[in-house]
Design a protein around this ligand. Sequence first.
Ligand code: TYD
Ligand code: MG
Length: 457
Amino acid sequence: MPKLKSVYICSECGYESAKWCGKCPGCGEWNSMNEEIKETVKIAPAAARNTTVFSSPQLIREIDADDEKRCSTGSKELDRVLGGGLVKGSVVLLGGDPGIGKSTILMQVCSHLSDEGKNVLYVSGEESKRQIKLRSSRLGVNGENIYLYTQTDCQTICEIIKEQMPEMVVIDSIQTISIAELNSSPGSVTQVRESTNMLMRTAKTTEIPIIIVGHVNKDGAIAGPKVLEHIVDTVLYFEGDKQMTYRILRAVKNRYGSTNEIGVLEMCDKGLFDVENPSLMLLSGRPKNVSGTCVACAMEGSRPILAEVQGLVCSGGYGNSRRMSTGFDYNRMSLLLAVLEKRAGYSFSNSDAYINVVGGLRLDEPAVDLAVAMSLVSSLKDFPIDEQTIAFGELGLAGEIRSVSHCDLRISEAQRLGFKRCIVPYYSLKHINKSNYPDIEIIGVKNVREAVLALSR
Ligand code: TYD
Ligand code: MG
């Protein structure tokens, strides 16, 4: 290992200093000195040129694709979000609120790999070995090949990885890992960034996949510098209401797959389980014959997901009406209320309005607009929408319903779950082959008024 030395470098002009100073002596900028690591051992340029780092240019078709190098994590949902499994030598950052289940899912992944006879290394800087052991026995992990290691020194961890050569490494969490040579405390921007860099280099040279747990700060972003997300190959977020049992796994960045896919899991008393049929789960326990609920269909990656949107409109206080939305964009909701008021003549100005997407899911797709608008109108006018009807479509500012993508997938999902009627944008009808859906009535609507008419039938 080369010896490490920490230096302070000005982010504006690159001035280097051994000590921190408030004002850069080079360019005079205030508060621009950042601590960085400097490796003191330099490779001679001639030797460097011989290494593979400076390999000659190669034709892209002559390079092996390494698809077969993916390994399954044991959870279909996690595999889907990763783009088909864990890639060798990749570094995955898993972020999420405390207590959401990050350590749980990773222990389950370790358990799966261990059952396949692969050695895994679980490095924890947060919990004691006993705590982890307790969790693993609760999860029913037999742990034949799982090595636990409580260590916070990054260099030691990297050396152990190179020595043991496990098939996968888990680091729980990056905020507790530090490099002794740096003066800043664990969890600080410099420590987190440099530790990740060091782990990244280890992963690339040994071809071992490393999963790093990252804490999130109050805004929900991964604590530490934004560069952390630039360094790693894949960034996953684990979301969900802690009170609810559902958890959503979302890829924010993925160098080996699409970022549109989500994974749905459920937290049970024996750990996290895949939810293979999220629509069924989200729609269970729906109230019957009640106004203010409408079923929407949103595409999450390549998967259509049906979810119930609930709207509640009631008379508000004097002059200051409340609006609140859970699982749907607040500003988008205000916009829909404005469109309904101006283009369809429904007045919400003296009423409070609330929107809730049941199940803790967040729906950000424009195709959900129609269901949100309809649940609000249904609550305002107090007419129930038929429970076997779904609606999707984007609402324009002129009150028109605009066409959306993947209509076929959405309708087949509705048919599969036994829905009888589908309210779709009129201009999408030409892309739909009605004969494919014998059990479902498809109604095209051009604007909000038509949609309300179709739904209140
Ligand atoms: P954990 O994985 O420790 O969260 P994180 O590492 O993201 O902080 O999960 C802890 C929560 O999960 C805790 O509130 C208890 C709950 N849990 C279950 O409901 N069932 C289980 O089998 C396990 C292990 C945890
Ligand atoms: Mg944890």
